[in-house]
Ligand binder design. Structure first.
Ligand code: ATR
Length: 273
């Protein structure tokens, strides 16, 4: 059976090995899928060693998505627009990189949560690898104006630039938030909660009947989603569905079969919500 892995740091908590094992059983495809912990310094060599050991494909999670992009021989258009990669497939030339995060998020929101993204005034908080992964897909899915704020404003500017739609995409300072009006869709793509603190967010950001999404799940999603719920968000969504959907997209890329996702989502949701 062929060899797959997820690279991250830390990676011990990753649900990806379980998700891919479930997909393998469901589709009758034999595979091995491991979690490999590598620091940023170790990551390039660990990835080389994995290729030498016969690794056919890999997922890449925090904090390696931008580093992985730089190590690819070829990338898909959506990975290029993100400047970040979450899926690697071994090819004759080396690693081929894709980014399935955005497609996973859009599929989770539109199909699982029946949320219509079109023309939604959208606020993206964060401009790191996670934000870069989803921003192009949100635009392609038809959101209205997209505002991007980030603790380090230069990264919000850089993301807005790479997206290339200046009439629609606006980088702003966190200190501008009270003046930005309200949003139909708010996404937290920062890793702030992992360090225990969110940037201060005024409740004026929440439009009536808005939806709040945190790209993380479990404990890390609680502060932002609790803030949104307490201040009137109609719907709050964590990143578990996105995780399952991006995994299904990766699985389809590697194995040519798209697995069904509801069963594994329900199972994980029962444990990690
Ligand atoms: P990821 O792949 O999760 O996006 P990343 O590229 O390290 O990881 O980006 C982390 C994001 O969380 C960035 O937007 C980061 O802001 P900076 O660009 O200013 O570093 C944001 N972030 C992390 N900790 C934060 C905190 N305590 N307050 C606000 N933003 C934070």
């Amino acid at each position: 059976s062929s060899l797959y892995a997820v690279f991250g740091h830390p990676v011990g908590h990753s649900l990806s090995p379980r998700i891919h094992a479930t997909f393998g059983r469901q589709t009758g495809i034999a595979l091995r899928y491991e979690a490999i912990d590598a620091t940023p310094e170790e990551f390039p060599r660990a990835l080389d060693a994995f290729a030498t050991a016969g690794g056919a494909g890999a997922n890449v999670t925090l904090p390696h998505k931008q580093a992985a992009y730089a190590l690819c021989a070829t990338v898909t258009e959506r990975a290029r627009r993100a400047g970040a990669v979450n899926t690697l497939a071994r090819s004759a030339e080396g690693w081929h990189g894709d980014n399935t995060d955005g497609a996973g998020l859009v599929r989770d929101l539109t199909e699982r949560h029946r949320f219509d993204l079109r023309q939604r005034r959208t606020l993206l908080i964060g401009a790191g690898g996670a934000a870069r992964g989803v921003a192009p897909s949100l635009l392609d899915a038809g959101v209205g104006e997209l505002y991007i704020v980030n603790r380090t404003p230069e990264r919000a500017d850089a993301l807005a630039d790479i997206l290339g739609q200046p009439a629609r995409v606006h980088a702003r300072y966190l200190s501008d938030l009270p003046a930005l009006g309200s949003f139909d869709l708010l996404l937290n793509a920062t890793s702030a909660a992992r360090g225990g603190s969110l940037p201060p967010l005024p409740m004026s950001l929440l439009a009536p009947r808005c939806t709040a999404v945190d790209l993380s799940y479990g404990e890390a999603a609680i502060p932002f989603l609790a803030w949104a719920r307490a201040n009137g968000a109609q719907q709050v969504v964590d990143g578990l569905g996105m995780l399952v959907e991006q995994a299904a997209e990766s699985f389809a890329l590697w194995h040519g079969v798209r697995p069904l996702t509801d069963e594994v989502y329900e199972e994980l949701h029962a444990r990690h919500a």
